[in-house]
Ligand binder design. Structure first.
Ligand code: 4AD
Ligand code: MG
Length: 465
């Protein structure tokens, strides 16, 4: 029967039992004694299974001995205890069927040696076959499943919010335009502007930067909801933590204030860290060995500690009296840069920090104004090694305050008509946050660049594959 390699290595089959595994050759070694050792992987776990292939097989000389890395094979044989160190079980092959050859092994870009992450990006279609990308992919999947499970267990409904939208939910003007208009022959209004009334949706539309506004509408009816989907930002930041297309998890809770949502963020992170340590111990051990010595202890420490809450205003004082020179000078009112965030989380606290109550002028229009009139009920979760991984807030549920904020920020009230309705018809206090999924995967694996934890990264100047 077709066995998954994870099950073979985990001892799910008895010694002497016949199994068939299907996968790709990771390495092959021929011994003088006329036996070949073929390591086969199928992605179900970190390790490959060793197939011991005897010279008696009819295709030994003309096929088995010609196998190279990445050839696809179907191996049938009996389960045996492995003598060598490493795995407990191996397969004594009785049949090896070669399904696909590698045209010319010298031209195969993923030869089994260590490649730089930059090199692997040039082969985004083949890098899933590498140890490191396989491990990232399984950990990413584990985190996604754990996030859904966390919210499901707490009674949240998952809302699929739209990808094409007319509203700029962050009000930051970093949107990709969606249009079917003929670029050569754009229709114009009498004022000479592009006439989007002739476009597909009869208005100007964009790829969403966040599902938040839509999910707020469902929050104000189903109480506990979240989105988990792709979001798009045309910000021209070529950094190791920005993508033009990234995935975001956005829960939204009715009758919740800032403290409630901060606690939800802390609980969720701990839950998913625990899940990954339990379910992907093999891949995490690899990251600890190869990428970041501290990978496992770091997560365990997060699970065991309580996250520090700190006011923005206090953080500014800490940064000022740190004695450090930052590239970007510190004063009350600045938008914290990643050097500041990292100082706070890494050097000052040494653990995740939940920074709260930011100046209103650097935050989005929907955040709730505090009684001081200067700050809003916002929170960012800053993680050591990466900086902001979560941004959230209590929402402005008072219509007159919301309108004032839209005005102050130069946003047109008319564009937010349906959003304002939520404040006109049975408004409630509510709060939510957004977790950048790639930043989470980067944090968990220790892999420093978000381009290496998403299947096909989209960044300025790069949309290949
Ligand atoms: O702080 P942001 O912009 O918040 C929002 O979009 C809110 N609507 C969330 C909410 O309250 N529902 O983005 C949230 C998170 C950031 O903390 C960061 O982790 C991630 O999304 N993020 C990015 N990740 C990768 N590439 C980018 N360009 C990102 N921009 C934001
Ligand atoms: Mg933010």
């Amino acid at each position: 029967s077709h066995a998954v390699i994870h099950d073979v290595l985990a001892g799910r089959y008895a010694e002497g039992e016949t199994v068939t595994v299907k996968g790709w050759v990771r390495t092959k070694r021929d011994s003088k004694a006329g036996i070949s050792f073929v390591a086969v992987h199928d992605g179900s776990c970190f390790d490959a299974v060793q197939a011991v292939v005897p010279a008696e097989l009819s295709n030994y000389e003309n096929e088995v001995k010609r196998l190279t890395t990445a050839c696809s094979v179907i191996v049938t044989g009996t389960i045996a205890r492995s003598e060598g160190k490493g795995q407990q079980f191996e397969i004594q092959a009785t049949e090896v069927e070669v399904v696909g050859w590698v045209e010319n092994p010298d031209t195969y870009p993923m030869a089994p040696k260590r490649h730089s992450m930059e090199y692997l990006r040039e082969f985004a279609h083949l890098r899933p076959r590498t140890n490191i990308n396989g491990a990232v992919t399984r950990v990413r999947n584990c985190l996604a499943q754990a996030i859904h499970r966390f919210f499901h267990e707490r009674g949240f409904n998952w809302i699929s919010t739209p990808i094409i939208t007319a509203s700029d939910s962050e009000g930051a003007g970093e949107m990709f335009r969606v249009s079917t208009l003929d670029l050569e022959n754009l229709p114009r209004t009498e004022q000479g502007k592009v006439d989007y009334s002739q476009d597909f949706f009869a208005k100007e539309t964009f790829l969403t930067v966040s599902g938040q506004l839509n999910v707020e509408s469902f929050c104000c009816a189903l109480s506990k909801v979240y989105t988990f989907g792709p979001t798009f930002r045309a910000e021209n930041s070529n950094t190791s933590r920005h993508l033009a297309e990234f995935w975001m998890i956005e829960p939204e809770v009715a009758f919740a204030d800032l403290a409630d949502i901060a606690q939800l963020a802390e609980d969720m992170l701990k839950y998913v860290f625990q899940a990954v340590l339990t379910e992907r111990a093999d891949d995490m051990a690899f990251f600890a060995e190869r990428v970041d010595q501290d990978a496992i202890q770091r997560l365990q420490k997060m699970i065991d500690s309580s996250f520090v809450r700190m006011d923005y205003t206090d953080a500014i004082e800490i940064l000022k009296s740190s004695g450090k020179t930052f590239n970007y000078p510190v004063e009350w009112g600045i938008d914290l840069q990643s050097e500041h965030e990292r100082y706070l989380a890494e050097e000052h606290v040494g653990a995740p920090v939940i920074l709260q109550n930011y100046p209103k002028d650097i935050k989005a229009f929907y955040m709730r104004l505090n009684d001081d009139g200067k700050t809003v009920a916002a929170m960012d979760v800053l993680a050591p090694g990466i900086g902001e991984i979560i941004g959230g807030s209590q929402r402005e549920e008072r219509l007159d305050n919301l309108d004032q904020r839209l005005l102050d920020m130069g946003l047109d009230k008319e564009d937010y008509g349906w959003y304002r309705d939520l404040r006109r018809f049975g408004t409630v206090p509510h709060s939510g946050f957004g977790l950048g999924f790639e930043r989470l995967v980067s944090y968990v694996t220790g892999i420093g660049n978000v381009r290496d934890v998403i299947a096909f990264p989209r960044t300025p100047g790069s949309a290949d594959f």
